[in-house]
Ligand binder design. Structure first.
Ligand SMILES: [Cu+2]
Length: 93
């Protein structure tokens, strides 16, 4: 009986930590001048979201300008990670 409760507890702990790892993959979020958002993942790669919150592709090397005038160069185009993030936080839409 105790063993079974322990196993259940372990399973939920593992599930919780897997979720935490996913949540940590975005290290920075920048608002762009045109209203879109860049998500910078922990490995330095990025994903784009338009001003309506829809993920979109952007060519690597593209220079973007943030609202406060910073220039950021596109590294990677991790559309799938943005979509996965949406599935995790907003439910699939
Ligand atoms: Cu971009």
């Amino acid at each position: 009986m105790i063993k079974r409760a322990l196993a259940a507890l372990l399973t939920s702990l593992i599930a919780a930590s897997a979720f935490a790892v996913d949540a940590e993959t975005v290290s920075k979020q920048l608002e762009l001048k045109d209203g879109s958002t860049v998500y910078i993942f922990e490995d330095g790669k990025m994903g784009m979201e338009d001003r309506f919150g829809r993920p979109f592709m952007m060519k690597e090397g593209h220079v973007m300008e943030t609202k406060d005038g910073q220039k950021v160069m596109m590294m990677g185009s991790e559309v799938w990670r943005i979509e996965r993030m949406h599935d995790l936080y907003r439910g699939s839409n």
